[in-house]
Write a protein that binds this ligand. Structure first.
Ligand code: FAD
Length: 290
């Protein structure tokens, strides 16, 4: 049995959303296919009539500076995100996350947009983009709009964008500023297992010994990619000491809703190990921002 009936290869964003709208049966975008094709083959996805391939759209494969921002097209493979000098300069946490996704073959094909659109609360690229406070450009037939990153998610595997009508075009990140830095790390079983036991990303700006600003993301720390906003507030405008860290960790543990995953870890185990991972990531970003 065919997994789909029609396969479209638009070369513009406008044609891609038109192809979704004009399909004569259920339609979805496809990028690297590393999630979607497996789901279709294994019967874990409802049948699809039309697949709209996003990888022939130049706008969605761009990775470039635009004014004060870095733009990363949603169809850029995660391996390219990991190797590009612009991401190294402006989004170190994202480089580290993309370098840890799966193995080289999957990284060459899997895209950053697919990682986000799949809406898993511990997807590595997604957690890095959460800490980097990205904005997403989303296009539909009536035009495109920017969305704050965390508003893209409704629940595990549930995107807030209607993928039968809309696509994520790309992501905007603020350019790096002096005395700011980011870091991503994860605790995992051997490489090639799909998702981590726990991951964490921090972006921060320091003013001498003071945390001027900070964003903290932990996956899976809830049903959607988790931003530890309350822990961020306890650290902002404070020195980074054992005491302020301990307080931030307490607050993070109060806000996070750790989940038990069948194959990866229990919620209790995640609560137990998050402090060490958070400290490691925070200390690394802190030193980098010196
Ligand atoms: C062996 C293996 C190991 C893996 N390891 C990891 C890992 O360690 N960490 C991790 O985070 N992930 C991992 N993954 C998951 C996967 O590789 C990523 O989620 C990948 O980035 C998905 O991108 P894709 O381009 O292949 O998406 P696709 O499979 O093409 O699409 C995924 C979903 O997103 C939709 N979609 C794709 N692009 C867009 C867009 N621009 N706009 C709107 N909707 C879109 C599709 O319709 C589909 O619903 C692994 C997968 C495999 C097979």
């Amino acid at each position: 049995m065919n997994l789909w009936q029609e396969y479209k290869r638009p070369t513009t964003v406008a044609d891609a959303v038109k192809s979704l709208a004009a399909a004569s049966g259920p339609a979805l975008p496809i990028a690297g296919g590393t999630d979607l094709l497996l789901d279709l083959k294994q019967g874990n996805h409802s049948p699809v009539h039309t697949l709209v391939d996003l990888t022939f759209i130049p706008e969605m494969s761009a990775l470039e500076l635009r004014g004060d921002e870095l733009f990363i097209g949603a169809a850029v493979p995660v391996n390219r995100v990991a190797l590009d000098p612009l991401t190294a300069a402006h989004a170190q946490a994202l480089v580290e996350a993309c370098n840890l996704i799966a193995g080289p073959q999957v990284r060459n094909t899997a895209t950053l947009g697919g990682n986000v659109a799949h809406a898993l609360p511990a997807a590595d690229g997604t957690i890095a983009l959460t800490a980097l406070d990205a904005q997403a450009e989303v296009a539909g037939v009536s035009g495109s709009r920017r969305m704050p990153f965390t508003s893209l998610f409704l629940g595990p595997g549930k995107s807030a964008i209607d993928k039968t009508k809309e696509i994520i075009v790309g992501f905007y990140l603020a350019r790096s500023i002096p005395h700011s830095a980011s870091c991503f790390k994860r605790i995992m079983r051997p490489q090639g297992v799909a998702l981590p036991i726990l991951n964490c990303a921090v972006w921060l700006e320091r003013a001498g010994d003071i945390v001027k600003d900070i964003h903290i993301a932990v996956g899976p720390g809830g049903s959607t990619p988790f931003r530890a906003t309350e822990a961020e507030s306890t650290l902002r405008e404070k020195p980074l000491t054992e005491e302020t860290f301990a307080n931030a960790l307490d607050v993070l543990l109060g806000q996070a809703k750790f989940r038990t995953s069948a194959r990866r870890a229990s919620a209790d185990y995640r609560r137990h190990i998050v402090g060490g991972l958070f400290k490691d990531v925070l200390d690394t970003a802190w030193k980098r921002a010196e």
